[in-house]
Ligand binder design. Structure first.
Ligand SMILES: Cc1cc2nc3c(=O)[nH]c(=O)nc-3n(C[C@H](O)[C@H](O)[C@H](O)COP(=O)(O)OP(=O)(O)OC[C@H]3O[C@@H](n4cnc5c(N)ncnc54)[C@H](O)[C@@H]3O)c2cc1C
Length: 436
């Protein structure tokens, strides 16, 4: 039995089915894909409301894409960028904001030094882990960054990389996340980095095709509430039925795994007092064509104030509509999530007009709110706050009798990314198969 039809659950289920295991996947939502989701922005033109970008080091994802016959397309980044950092929006060549280069260089050096210290397999065993796990990233920045430009840029960087408010994550979590994803330069880069490509036609197709391969073994609309472990097996109870199983893979974000009722209770919690869901809202601004390119602009922008802290050109590869994706992350996402749908659209469109005054109003403005989504609670991924790694890190991927845990947050490689989810699915399936 697998709980959760995101990338991790469907990867695990596919691996189990290939080994001849009789498997059922129970999914709470009425769709598969979890934190990957496609939205149709124009007839047959799809945008990623959830995960989108991948790089060459995401080898398991690339393998899966080629098995499923899905192609990638480069993330477009040609032309000048817009920066809205306090005064009027400015146009500059390149992707980095026109802030003091020495201050940004110093920030990156400090982060790189911190990242290099982290034990990539067991971050809680990093020398000095107690100290790193005690302090928040916001406290670290206040202590370490004296230049105002570095202080301006740091929360924007963390919002873009991790959808995190620096006050919500420990220094250990921040440094581990950067290390796990291949280092801050790889994670942050388009060409040659983790943002280099997108899945042509949308990342949601991966889960849809995996689910199609599993056929009626995948059951949607089945929110799991309780998991019983007995001497001879397990029972998974949803709102509709009780399913007997020999073993269960729970492929959920840790906060949702923790919210289930376990009989008998688990020996250790999956999330801590300071674990929070992460906060990201994506806004898709749709235009008749990528009109900004006619003005020599890449569509990339960075803003110090919200709602759209950054924008990127996510237009479909073939001729068709122009799509600018706006990212609302960190503390700004909480403010934005509290607005009515009409207020959100108005705020996003007003910000787009300030950033790109040469563009007409978008023909559509689609908002995907992951903050208030009851079945994600990890957007992009769960955020571990002070004390969480030391108290709960060792348990994140630990099996308990007939229960096995998957999900991107259980992977120390590419934690928080699609790649981490797939690797966790393979690992959980292998753990379970080893007990058969
Ligand atoms: C806005 C956004 C942007 C992102 N950008 C990127 C990116 O560019 N690149 C990248 O690599 N990654 C990105 N990510 C992260 C990526 O989406 C995740 O790492 C990955 O999809 C997680 O897969 P998963 O299977 O571990 O979890 P999930 O996708 O969360 O799957 C868990 C599944 O369990 C289901 N579920 C929850 N509770 C229950 C229950 N009680 N019973 C039954 N089912 C339940 C959920 O509905 C879901 O389908 C992004 C995420 C978001 C939200």
């Amino acid at each position: 039995m697998v709980v959760g039809a995101g990338l991790a659950g469907l990867t695990a289920a596919t691996a189990l089915a290939r080994h001849g295991v009789e498997v059922t996947v129970l999914e709470a939502r009425d769709r598969v894909g979890g934190r990957t989701r496609g939205i149709e922005v124009a007839p047959d033109a799809w945008a990623d409301a959830g995960a989108a970008y991948l790089g060459d080091r995401h080898t398991e994802l690339h393998l899966l894409l080629s098995e499923l016959g899905i192609k990638t397309t480069p993330t477009t980044m040609h032309g000048a960028s817009r920066f809205d950092l306090g005064q009027d929006a400015r146009t500059e060549a390149g992707r980095f904001p026109p802030l003091a280069a020495v201050a940004l260089g110093d920030l990156f050096d400090r982060l790189a030094e911190l990242t290099a210290r982290i034990d990539p397999v067991a971050p809680w065993r990093t020398p000095g882990a107690e100290q790193l796990d005690r302090q928040t990233a916001a406290e670290w920045a206040a202590e370490q960054l004296s230049h105002p430009d570095a202080r301006t840029f740091f929360p924007l960087f963390l919002g873009e990389m991790m959808a995190a408010d620096p006050a919500a994550v420990s220094v250990l979590h921040m440094a581990f996340y950067l290390r796990s994803g291949g280092g801050l330069r790889y994670l942050n880069a388009f060409e040659g980095g983790a943002q280099q490509d997108r899945v042509a036609g949308g990342a949601h197709q991966v889960c849809e095709r995996l689910a199609a391969g599993l056929g009626d073994r995948v059951r949607t609309g089945e929110p799991v509430r309780t998991v019983h472990q007995e001497a001879t097996g397990a029972t998974v109870v949803t709102e509709r039925a009780a399913y007997p199983a020999d073993a269960v893979v729970l492929a959920l974000p840790p906060l949702l795994a923790e919210a289930l009722s376990y009989q008998p209770p688990l020996p250790a919690p999956r999330a801590g007092r300071h674990t929070t869901p992460g906060c990201a809202i994506k806004v898709h601004l749709v235009y008749p064509a990528p009109l900004w390119r006619r003005h020599g602009l890449s569509g990339w922008s960075v803003s110090a104030t919200g709602p759209l802290l950054s924008t990127v050109d996510d237009s479909p590869a073939d001729a068709g509509p122009g799509v600018l994706t706006g990212f609302v992350t960190g503390a700004e996402a909480h403010r934005f999530a509290a607005l009515t749908p009409e207020q959100r659209r108005a705020a996003a469109e007003a910000h787009a007009a300030r950033l790109f005054p040469e563009l007409p109003p978008p023909t559509d403005c689609l908002v995907t709110d992951w903050v208030n989504d009851p079945y994600s609670h990890g957007c992009y991924a769960a955020l571990l706050g002070p004390g969480d790694w030391l108290a709960h890190g060792p348990q994140l991927a630990a099996a308990h009798q007939r229960l096995f845990f998957a999900g991107t947050e259980t992977s120390t490689e590419f934690f928080g990314l699609m790649e981490g989810a797939i690797r966790s699915g393979h690992r959980a399936a292998a753990q379970l198969l080893a007990t058969c």
